[in-house]
Design a protein around this ligand. Sequence first.
Ligand SMILES: NC(=O)c1ccc[n+]([C@@H]2O[C@H](COP(=O)([O-])OP(=O)(O)OC[C@H]3O[C@@H](n4cnc5c(N)ncnc54)[C@H](OP(=O)(O)O)[C@@H]3O)[C@@H](O)[C@H]2O)c1
Length: 251
Amino acid sequence: MRLEGKTALVTGGSRGLGRTMSLALAKEGATVIVNYLHNQEGANKVVEEIEAQGGTAFSIQADITKEESVARLIREMNHLSGSDVDILVNNATGPQPELSIEQSTWEDYENQLTFFVKAPLLLLKEVLPVMKEKGQGSIINIGSEVVQTGNAFFANYVTAKSAMLGMTRSWASELGPYGIRVNLVNPGFTPVERHQDVSAEAIEEYRKQVPLQRMGKPEDIASAVVYLASEESSFVTGQSISINGGHTFSI
Ligand SMILES: NC(=O)c1ccc[n+]([C@@H]2O[C@H](COP(=O)([O-])OP(=O)(O)OC[C@H]3O[C@@H](n4cnc5c(N)ncnc54)[C@H](OP(=O)(O)O)[C@@H]3O)[C@@H](O)[C@H]2O)c1
């Protein structure tokens, strides 16, 4: 049990990669806060699964893009779990529209920056005082390999994920002296519920470009998150780790 006594907050833990991260962190002994926006049933199911495997978890609804709801999320979390956040996983994502430059508005870019820059900042500011006091903490930002691949018609998302890279490094420099580590995990294309409509041909096309010749699984991403949350990575900060079978080698 690598995370016994720790509390982890996973934004967007009700489905997709966040669901598997929540289960994996709990399996290592962490108390997990499963945050969600609308999918209460999904979040409660994750909590039930964690309890069934002997762990402790709570689901909390909160829109992480809004300052007041982030403050309430942390208050409710303190109240329900009786503890503070040791591990913050900035995972949640909203819709990811593919748009040409002509179709794009500044608002489309701003929406992505809101998820991947504003929300992590609001969350960090809420949990930072206690992390500094304790002299420890692990912030795990979930990026994407698109920073490396620069996918066409996706600049809103690619721009915001790129911002996460610099933000991670700058936070790591500033917070290292307080014993707080900040890292970025970059998944490759890892099919989850929302990819049900992606054609088998498109998946096969991607798979063929992956040196390890298979698609990523949510468990692959969750393993990296557990590693970065645990003491095993106590000398790792400011890093950008691609979990994509070698589809890109580094960012
Ligand atoms: N899957 C991939 O192929 C892939 C590849 C590269 C990077 N990533 C990154 O990995 C992360 C997870 O992706 P995913 O594919 O697992 O996403 P997903 O399945 O679409 O899940 C998104 C999660 O975010 C939550 N959410 C949405 N808006 C929210 C808000 N305003 N406040 C709080 N929670 C909110 C959703 O809650 P509800 O269920 O309540 O709506 C859901 O739990 C994202 O940062 C994504 O960019 C994923």
